[in-house]
Design a binder for this molecule. Structure first.
Ligand SMILES: [Zn+2]
Length: 101
């Protein structure tokens, strides 16, 4: 349950990063401190994979847009929460493998 809540917050964190909005949570509160520096890089990578930046923001997953920052964030959360969740789980899995090595 706790993990479920954290995952939702991480999805929100990634969506906010992708939309260039200020963060509501601190990454240190969402994932284990030992993986924060590496996970920060994963978040950057996911954020740039999600959004096309040109004149305005466009969704890289379904090509909708252009959006405002707020609109981009809402689109990601409403339409692609599950996609982002899968990306986050994949990134966390890879990071934890690196740590265990
Ligand atoms: Zn989209």
């Amino acid at each position: 349950m706790r993990q479920e809540i954290a995952l939702k917050k991480i999805v929100e964190y990634v969506a906010r990063k992708a939309a260039s909005l200020t963060q509501k949570y601190d990454l240190d509160d969402l994932v284990s401190p030992s993986i924060v520096p590496m996970f920060e890089k994963s978040v950057e990578k996911m954020a740039s994979a999600l959004v096309k930046r040109g004149s305005g923001l466009r969704c890289n997953l379904c090509d909708k847009g252009p959006f405002t920052k707020r609109g981009m964030y809402l689109h990601l959360i409403r339409v692609h929460a599950k996609d982002i969740e899968i990306m986050v789980q994949e990134e966390l899995r890879k990071l934890l493998e690196v740590i265990r090595r």
